[in-house]
Write a protein that binds this ligand. Structure first.
Ligand SMILES: Nc1nc2c(c(=O)[nH]1)N[C@H]1C(S)=C(S)[C@@H](COP(=O)(O)OP(=O)(O)OC[C@H]3O[C@@H](n4cnc5c(N)ncnc54)[C@H](O)[C@@H]3O)O[C@H]1N2
Ligand code: MOO
Length: 392
C-alpha cells in the first residue's frame, strides 16, 4: 500500500497530455490555449470617437465651429475637415483628418443648423478619441499559452480578428459502473437493489472537469461480461474509469480483467480514507482508474486523482496542489497511518467539517464545498490547525 503523496507522484509522472489541435474560436470555451497569441492588427485599427458628438481640431481659444460633414460608425471614406470646421460624429466612427478631439453633444449648443458652440470647460485636445492600437498593438503578445478559454479570452481574440487557435484536445473518457445490485433512478427497487448514483455523479464530475466526449457502460458482476465491456471501453476511450469491483470480494473481478486486458499497474491500494482499494494503470497512452465502489470514495478519489490527471491532459499546470490551506474549526480524531479526505464547508476563512462522512453516504456532498486533507501521520488534528483544502 502506498501513501497519498506517492500515488500522486506516480500519476504526475505518468499523466499524458492531449494532442495539440487547431480549433475554431467558437469551439474553444473551457479548452486550454496551446500557443502564445500575438495580435495580427492594431486594435482599434483606426483612431475613433468614444462619444456621439462633434470632432474638430480643438484648441483652447476656439469655441465655435461650422459643421461640414456627418460621419457614421462603419463609414470607411477618407474625410478631411478644414480649419474652423467640425464633423458631426458618432461613437465608433473614424476620426477624420484635420481633427484631434471629440466634444460630446451634451456639451454643444447648436446655434444654427450647421453652427455649433462649446458650452463646457473640461475638454482638452485629444479628449474622447480612442487611439489606434490603444487596446492591442500589432504583433504584441496578448495571451500566453496555458490560459483557459472563457468569454473574456474569446472576446479578446475575436476583437483582434483571430478565428482559429491551437488548443489541447480533450480526452474521450469512458466509465463503467459495475454491480448486479444497480438500478437506474426512475425505476422501482427490489429489496437488495440500490440506485446507481456513481454513474450520474461520474458523468457530472467529468463534465465539470471539462470533458466533452463521455461514454458510459454498465457491467454485471460476471467476469466474462466485465472483460468484454472493459476491452470495448479501452478500445473506445483515452481514459477509462471504473466504479466498484476493485476490492477483495469473490465478485470483485475488475483487477483480474484489467490484468487480462494488459493494463500495466501503476499502483493498487492507497493509505487513505475513503478509497483505500483504488487502482491506477496505463495501457499505451491510455489512463485507467478503478475507483472503489462506495459513492463517497468514488467522488473523493475522482477529486484527488482523476480530476488532476484530466486537467493535465487538457494542458493545465500545477494540477496536483491543494487549492488552499485553511484552519479547521474543531478537533478531528483519526487513526494514524491513513490520510483522511473529509467533506467540508468554508466559513470565515476556516473550514468546517460536515456530518455524514461515511463512504456509503452522499448527503454531505450535497452541501460540501471542499475536501480537507488530514495528514497520515497525525492521530488527532486539533481546532485551528491549517490543513490542505481542495475545492469541489
Ligand atoms: N474484506 C474487505 N472488504 C472490503 C474492504 C477491504 O479492505 N477488505 N474494503 C472496503 C472498502 S474501503 C471499499 S471502498 C469497498 C470497495 O469495494 P469495491 O470497489 O469492490 O466495490 P463494490 O464492492 O462493488 O461496492 C462497494 C459499495 O458501493 C456500492 N456501489 C457500487 N457501485 C455503485 C454505484 N454505481 N452506485 C451506488 N453505489 C454503488 C455497492 O453497492 C457497495 O455497497 O470494499 C470494502 N470492502
Ligand atoms: O475506503 Mo472505502 O473507500 O469505502 O471506505
Amino acid at each position: 500500500m502506498i501513501s497519498v503523496e506517492q500515488a500522486k507522484k506516480i500519476l504526475a509522472e505518468n499523466s499524458e497530455r492531449g494532442q495539440i489541435i487547431e480549433k475554431k474560436l467558437g469551439e474553444c470555451l473551457g479548452l486550454i490555449l496551446a500557443e502564445n497569441i500575438y495580435s495580427p492588427i492594431d486594435v482599434p485599427s483606426f483612431d475613433n470617437s468614444a462619444m456621439d458628438g462633434y470632432a474638430m481640431n480643438f484648441d483652447e481659444n476656439s469655441r465655435s465651429w461650422v459643421v461640414s460633414n456627418i460621419i457614421q460608425a462603419g463609414d470607411t471614406s477618407e474625410i478631411n475637415i478644414a480649419s474652423g470646421k467640425a464633423a458631426r460624429i458618432f461613437t465608433g466612427a473614424k476620426i477624420p483628418k484635420g481633427t484631434n478631439t471629440v466634444i460630446p453633444q451634451e456639451l454643444i449648443e447648436v446655434i444654427e443648423v450647421d453652427q455649433i458652440k462649446y458650452i463646457g470647460d473640461k475638454i482638452s485636445s485629444g479628449s474622447n478619441v480612442r487611439l489606434k492600437g490603444s487596446q492591442s498593438k500589432k504583433n504584441s503578445l496578448i495571451l500566453e499559452k496555458g490560459q483557459i478559454f472563457g468569454a473574456g479570452q474569446i472576446g479578446l481574440f475575436a476583437s483582434v480578428g483571430v478565428s482559429q487557435v491551437k488548443v489541447f484536445a480533450t480526452p474521450k473518457v469512458g466509465f463503467i459502473v459495475t454491480g448486479n445490485e444497480l438500478k437506474e433512478p426512475g425505476t422501482p427497487l427490489k429489496d437488495g437493489e440500490i440506485y446507481n448514483s456513481n454513474g450520474p455523479m461520474l458523468e457530472a464530475l467529468l463534465k465539470e472537469s471539462g470533458v466533452k466526449q463521455i461514454k458510459s457502460y454498465k457491467a454485471p458482476d460476471d467476469k466474462a461480461s466485465l472483460q468484454k465491456i472493459i476491452d470495448q471501453a479501452l478500445s473506445e476511450n483515452d481514459i477509462l474509469l471504473l466504479s466498484g469491483g476493485i476490492s477483495v470480494g469473490d465478485y470483485d473481478f475488475v483487477k483480474d480483467c484489467l490484468n487480462a486486458a494488459k493494463v500495466e499497474e501503476l499502483f493498487y491500494k492507497i493509505k487513505q480514507r475513503p478509497g483505500k482499494p483504488m487502482f491506477a494503470g496505463k495501457k499505451d497512452k491510455k489512463m485507467i482508474f478503478a475507483l472503489p465502489g462506495n459513492p463517497a470514495s468514488v467522488h473523493s478519489c475522482f477529486i484527488q486523482y482523476v480530476r488532476p490527471s484530466i486537467k493535465h491532459w487538457l494542458g493545465k499546470t500545477a494540477v496536483w496542489e491543494a487549492d488552499h490551506k485553511l484552519k479547521i474549526t474543531e478537533d478531528i480524531p483519526k487513526k494514524p497511518g491513513f490520510t483522511y479526505f473529509m467533506k467540508g464547508r468554508k466559513v470565515n476563512n476556516s473550514v468546517e467539517l460536515l456530518k455524514g462522512q461515511q463512504s456509503f453516504n452522499l448527503q454531505a456532498f450535497a452541501t460540501a464545498e471542499c475536501l480537507l486533507e488530514l495528514p497520515a501521520e497525525s492521530s488527532e488534528v486539533t481546532a485551528g490547525t491549517k490543513v490542505k483544502v481542495y475545492d469541489l
